[in-house]
Design a protein around this ligand. Structure first.
Ligand code: FES
Length: 217
């Protein structure tokens, strides 16, 4: 009798880890088929991987009253960085240009302005705003048809962009799709117009709200 009791005890003790392991395994299998849904599906998702950039004022409307007035600026675009600071900022140079009235929709205040990144879509040099026909012809190898108006022009491989002409291209910025962009390539190797920026006009200022992705190292 004593022998039987000891055997029973030994069997019970040695089988405990097996039973425990089986219970844990079953638990994991059951959780796979019926996961905890506290908080709904969003309760299972990590917060979005975003570091939103605040609106940035880049020009006063009063600085851009005449046709072809322009201003260069720096926009800081934030993105997620996995460090204690949690974000990094890319400084993106840009141009805002006031178009002449013949290119403006009178019902659309924003159509007065072309706002683009200054980073050349060819190989990433910073391009210029050239308002002199001889400089454009001599320095950038582009003889613009009359009547002359300013162009964006890149000193690296001489791509030239016409701010008054759109070019078909598909993409999106600030969640809005576009199918053409100002700054048609009229000379040189650039594959597309400059990257665009989304903006608003408020309190007498032009505010960048977002920019098309890509182009920044
Ligand atoms: S980088 Fe501008 S034309 Fe090549």
């Amino acid at each position: 009798m004593q022998e039987n009791t000891r055997r029973f005890l030994l069997k019970t003790i040695t089988s405990l880890p097996i039973v425990g392991g089986s219970v844990l395994a079953m638990h994991a299998i059951l959780r796979f088929f019926k996961p905890t849904m506290v908080g709904g599906i969003t309760g299972l998702m990590a917060p979005p991987d975003e570091a939103g950039s605040a609106l940035q004022a880049v020009a006063q409307v009063s600085e851009l009253t005449k046709p072809w007035d322009f201003k260069d600026f720096i926009y800081v675009r934030k993105s997620v960085e996995y460090s204690s600071r949690k974000w990094q900022g890319a400084k993106i140079p840009g141009f805002v240009v006031r178009l002449p009235d013949e290119f403006v929709d009178p019902k659309d205040e924003k159509s007065k302005y072309v706002v683009v990144q200054r980073i050349c879509p060819h190989l990433g040099c910073t391009f210029n705003f050239i308002s002199n026909s001889e400089e454009l012809a001599g320095g950038y190898n582009y003889k613009a048809p009359p009547p002359f108006h300013p162009h964006f022009a890149c000193p690296c491989h001489l791509s030239v962009y016409d701010p008054t002409r759109p070019q078909p291209i598909a993409g999106s910025v600030a969640g809005k799709a576009f199918d053409k962009l100002p700054g048609k390539v009229v000379s040189g190797p650039a594959p597309r117009p400059p990257r665009t920026m989304a903006f608003d006009i408020k309190d007498g200022q032009i505010w960048i709200t977002d920019t098309e992705g890509g182009g920044v190292g």
